[in-house]
Design a binder for this molecule. Structure first.
Ligand code: NAD
Length: 493
């Protein structure tokens, strides 16, 4: 059975790029297969566009910008809300596509469709509130103020771990601001992006406003980052690639927002119930099989409750089910590909060779070659890869600490600064640690922290800018100051 036959609406499965409102083949012979990571089966193929076709997408976005920015904000809002309605109406098909290409369990994929759609609704409304200011004038007989204007064409480059929401969180903000967008999804998960394009077209979003290009990642990004007509780049992905793209944007002095790697600490205070904290840590670690920028990568537990915490964590972890995300009650699907499994194994080996204890985790139980079994290591230290690198796998590392000052130092001992978790009910400890953590987001006594109203983003090498919230749309707006002089005196008019 082909993939399209599995969908209630087969037209949501597209194997072409989408440029200027048209489904587009590559002009050359280059294409890429897309695999189901759970089974290794090819789901379909996508063409790689040639450089002149990528430039053609910029031409289309440039032409569409003239009309799209000229619409009233409430007109753009209506179209984005129509897109939101279609995402909701097609949730089952979108979730199925996502599970097939990404591997996450179907309920998680449904959750991501909801999450992704929620940004469309949020920014549809926010577009109506891009207020400028009036400025009390210091110049005689003048009126001063600001206007908010769309920056222009935005290039959006996105990862495979959240194939839909990482696109809508950017695209809806940009489009609500009046920008046109060119999306370059990850080659592993293009079908979610292409289904979004199909639904955008049905929602009445005009040709050229939402484009999806496919191709060789370095080639596509060099063109988009080097194009003077592209005014903004928003990238979500690894810190390594984020640095490259930032450099590539220097020549054209683009607006750049970067949502990069995580390596979150999960701090557990001595006053916590070890079972409650351990269960929360399991939830924060194993979402999307650990392939999550918010994954609790370094679990730091006060020495007084460490042993009990480890026992409860291991017990809870043992109950997690691993398998094909389409089948029944599955907690963890596969990793995205074989290299991810090899990287996880190398990180575990490195930690054990440097003295960590393997508490639980038996890779011989893996149900397929792309699966990695939940693994728990204790005694993790600063010299191990598991401390410094995102494992992007279901590998949990626990470290004991003695006091608040030590745990603050440990938590900040990373180049990353995206998110941190803190579990304690002691208000003084909360305030002290919250203030000292060098992270863009700190979640206290809650695993769930994200959503449309939240300014999502990191400090240090985790990125630049914020997505979502009331400031997310600012990444796509310019402030134009005006001074209207020689107006005459107000009292005399
Ligand atoms: P990645 O950096 O390998 O790829 C991201 C995108 O960049 C993809 O579209 C890919 O095709 C493209 N790309 C890859 N190599 C490139 C190159 N040399 N030149 C130009 N483009 C290139 O990241 P990934 O493996 O897809 O995603 C995982 C990473 O994303 C993790 O580091 C994770 O923490 C991060 N992430 C961050 C957030 C956040 O909001 N901060 C959210 C999700 C994922």
């Amino acid at each position: 059975m082909t993939l399209s036959n599995k969908l209630s609406d087969p037209r949501l499965f597209r194997q072409y790029a989408y440029v200027d409102g048209k489904w587009t083949h590559g002009d050359g012979n280059r294409e890429e297969a897309v695999f189901d990571p759970a089974t290794g089966e090819a789901l379909g193929h996508i063409p790689w566009l040639e450089p002149h076709q990528i430039t053609g997408a910029v031409d289309a976005a440039e032409a569409a910008f003239v009309h799209w920015r000229a619409l009233r904000a409430d007109e753009r809002c209506e179209r984005l809300l129509a897109w939101y309605d279609l995402l909701q109406a097609n949730r089952e098909d979108l979730a199925l596509l996502m599970t097939l290409e990404q591997g996450k369990p179907l309920p998680d994929a449904r959750g991501e469709v909801e999450y992704g759609a929620s940004f469309v609704r949020w920014f549809a409304e926010e577009g109506k509130r891009t207020f400028g200011e009036t400025i009390p004038s210091h110049i005689p007989n003048a009126a001063l103020g600001t206007l908010k204007e769309p920056v222009g064409i935005a290039a959006l480059i996105t990862p495979w771990n959240f194939p839909l929401a990482m696109i809508t969180r950017k695209a809806a903000a940009a489009m609500a601001a009046g920008c046109t967008v060119i999306v370059k999804p990850a080659g592993e998960t293009p079908f979610s992006a292409l289904a979004l394009a199909e639904l955008a077209e049905r929602a009445g979003i005009p040709a050229g406003v939402f484009n999806v290009v496919l191709g060789d990642p370095p080639e596509v990004s060099r063109i988009l980052c080097g194009e003077d007509r592209v005014k903004a780049l928003s990238f979500t992905g690894s810190t390594r690639v984020g640095r490259l793209l930032l450099e590539q944007c220097a020549n054209t002095v683009k607006r750049v927002s970067l949502e990069l790697g995580g390596n979150a600490p999960f701090i557990v205070g001595p006053d916590m119930d070890p079972k409650e904290a351990a269960f929360a840590a399991v939830a924060a670690k194993f979402q999307t099989a650990g392939q999550d920028c918010l994954a609790a990568d370094r679990i730091l537990v006060h020495e007084s409750i460490h042993d009990e915490f480890v026992a409860h964590f291991a017990e809870r972890m043992a109950a997690l089910t691993v398998g094909n995300g389409l089948e029944g009650e599955i907690d963890l699907g596969p990793l995205i590909h074989r290299q991810a499994v090899e990287k996880a194994a190398a990180i575990v080996d490195d930690a054990i060779s440097k003295g960590a204890t393997l508490v639980a985790g038996d890779q011989s139980q893996a149900p397929g070659e792309n699966f990695f079994m939940p693994t728990l290591l204790s005694g993790v230290t600063h010299d191990m890869k598991l401390w410094h690198e995102e494992s992007f796998a279901p590998v949990a590392g626990i470290t004991a600490y003695a006091d608040d000052d030590q745990v603050i130092e440990m938590a900040n001992d990373t180049e990353y600064g995206l998110a941190a978790y803190l579990y304690t009910h002691d208000i003084r400890r909360i305030w002290k640690i919250l203030r000292a953590l060098e992270f863009g987001m700190v979640s206290v006594n809650s695993v769930k922290m994200t959503g449309p109203p939240v300014p999502f983003g990191g400090v240090k090498h985790s990125g630049l800018g914020r997505e979502g919230g009331v400031t997310g749309i600012d990444e796509y707006l310019e402030t134009k100051y005006y001074c209207l002089g020689a107006l005459g005196s107000v009292s005399g008019s």
